[in-house]
Ligand binder design. Structure first.
Ligand code: FMN
Length: 169
């Protein structure tokens, strides 16, 4: 898929089909993470792959805003090191890399950031030096993705030369 086409068509989904994601696609998603840029090329992110109905159910039970992950085919917990002031910027980049790589293979995804941190640290063995940046659930969409992104017009977001100046394109 053309990269811009992937950007245009990808919507975050919370309803997943009961269909496994092939191993090669899972590997590709993690490879996209590994290839993501990071500040100073510090590569401080770490990824925990969560798979299997029972494990995903337990992950969902620890969440306050991502209960839908129970029905995903897999999830990736993204950890970052707060030692680097830009660590959350890197988390955003790595999440986008994975999500676009997945969508390139028709696998949808959604991010969540609400969870019982203590429970997550205990279950997944996350040391204090790492921050739990987000969880991304992946799976084939249950429904065909139709619809448009709900986004502001570019004129409200981008300016020419100085904030507030109308955009000239
Ligand atoms: C930093 C961040 C945190 C998010 N947290 C949650 C969350 O806790 N639960 C959830 O269901 N979606 C969460 N989302 C998904 C957003 O709601 C979604 O990306 C946004 O609505 C745009 O969706 P769309 O691309 O389908 O229009 C999060 C997204 C981002 C980027």
């Amino acid at each position: 898929m053309d990269v811009f086409e992937a950007i245009k068509t990808r919507l975050e989904i919370r309803e997943f089909a009961d269909k496994p994601v092939p191993r090669e696609v899972v590997k590709e998603i993690l490879e996209a993470a590994r290839l993501s840029p990071s500040g100073l090329n510090s590569q401080h992110w770490r990824f925990i792959l969560v798979e299997g109905a029972d494990e995903l159910k337990q992950l969902a039970e620890m969440s306050t805003s991502g209960k839908w992950v129970e029905n995903a085919a897999l999830a990736v917990i993204v950890l970052t090191s707060p030692k680097y002031p830009w660590h959350l910027f890197d988390a955003g980049r790595v999440a986008t890399h994975m999500q676009l790589a997945a969508w390139n293979r028709s696998v949808g995804s959604r991010v969540y950031t609400g969870y019982d941190e203590k429970a997550m640290r205990g279950k997944y063995g996350v040391p204090q030096e790492y921050h739990i940046a987000c969880v991304i659930g992946f799976g084939y969409p249950k429904h065909k993705i139709i619809g448009r992104k709900n986004r502001q017009p570019i004129e409200a977001l981008a300016f020419s030369g100085k904030m507030g100046n109308p955009l000239k394109l």
